[in-house]
Design a protein around this ligand. Structure first.
Ligand SMILES: C[S@@+](CC[C@H](N)C(=O)[O-])C[C@H]1O[C@@H](n2cnc3c(N)ncnc32)[C@H](O)[C@@H]1O
Length: 331
């Protein structure tokens, strides 16, 4: 069991160019932690360079020979290759934090999910309403904002929400990058940072909270059909609250798909005197026993193979997993 003041660190920054951000040091002063912990907190600005996915590669010869493959929905399977074109995302983040502020760091799960979104965003995000839960630095929401017209980038801690908002603003050049039609670019910024705490039953309309929802935003939240979550599985109580929230959202029309990435963290457990990954085991059991409700036929739960191209720099280990979950609603 970790103590509240113990520091945790993600190794993601090892693969990017980080510059200390003296002008952000004042933010550390606002963080709720002991002075000793605060003295160890460092804020950096990292340049996350990523390759752009290649243009759709329809192989002409294959077209002539009718050697085409289709997915389960009957859509043509498009071979995507990497291009030499690169883009940069700038993110302000911490290099280490106490457990309650892990959202101020960037985690590998966000890079895995972002790779997947970059490779398949044209199919799974375009013209959809997207909700990211536990967004932290906002990395995945910004990538989703390259394709979608409306992305709710949500978290629950003030400091984290401030960082996400700032990061979204620093990356305006990426938003709308891949949008096909002009009609969906009416909003000045497709990524909207909001408070969404999974332990509360509702995200409230609160015009006094800078991260509270307006009536219009709550209406738009009802249109969400893609839910994203990266690296939110590390504490069993939070996992339960996360799934309760997701289930509540997914059982309401329109039908929704959840893409969740996570890192299987293997530790030595004194309980079983062996190596174990308890947070993953809890997640896996929850996933295998998702409850059925009226108006709802079944769950479609699939682990997504992680063979898609790696466009960001990080270590894609076998412990990094991606899952797709869909509630099959009765007609
Ligand atoms: C390990 S961080 C992952 C952040 C980001 N998705 C990433 O992968 O870089 C877990 C995130 O879950 C958020 N979180 C934890 N408990 C939450 C709750 N009850 N409601 C909403 N978000 C929560 C944290 O604030 C943090 O941003």
């Amino acid at each position: 069991m970790m103590k509240a003041d113990e520091l945790v660190l993600s190794d993601v920054h090892l693969y990017s160019d980080n510059r200390p951000q003296d002008k952000l040091v004042s933010i550390v002063a606002c963080v709720t932690a002991s002075d000793e912990v605060k003295s160890q907190l460092k804020v950096v600005q990292s340049h996350f360079v990523f390759k752009l996915p290649g243009m759709q590669q329809y192989n002409d010869n294959a077209l002539e020979r009718k050697e085409l493959s289709y997915d389960d929905d009957g859509d043509l399977l498009v071979k995507r290759e990497e291009s030499d074109e690169k883009e940069v995302m700038l993110l302000n983040h911490f290099l280490c934090t106490p457990l309650d502020l892990v959202g101020l760091q960037v985690w590998s799960g966000a890079l895995l999910l972002s790779d997947y979104l970059l490779c398949y965003g044209h199919k799974i995000l375009n013209e959809h309403h997207v909700l990211e839960l536990g967004a932290g630095s906002g990395l995945c929401s910004i990538i989703a904002g390259m394709f979608s017209s409306c992305v709710f980038c949500t978290d629950f801690v003030d400091n984290v929400l401030e960082f996400s908002q700032n990061n979204v603003e620093m990356n305006k050049h990426l938003l709308g990058y891949f949008q096909r039609s002009n009609s969906i670019c009416e909003k000045s910024c497709p990524v909207i940072v909001k408070r969404f705490d999974w332990t509360k039953h509702e995200c409230e309309i609160n015009l006094e909270d800078p991260w509270g929802w307006t009536m219009q935003e709550k209406d738009d939240l009802k249109k969400v059909n893609v839910i994203l979550a990266a690296d939110v599985i590390y504490d069993d109580n939070l996992t339960d609250a996360f799934f309760e929230t997701v289930i509540r959202l997914m059982l309401q029309p329109p039908s929704k798909v959840l893409y969740i990435s996570l890192e299987k963290r293997i530790n030595f457990s004194l309980d079983v005197m062996d190596v174990a990954c308890p947070a993953y085991t809890h997640f896996y059991q929850y996933l295998q026993n998702l409850p059925l409700h009226s108006g709802h036929q079944d769950w479609d739960v699939q682990q997504v193979p992680t063979f898609f191209p790696q466009l960001f720099h990080y270590k894609r280990t076998p412990q990094l997993e991606l899952w797709r979950v869909e509630a099959l609603l009765s007609k």
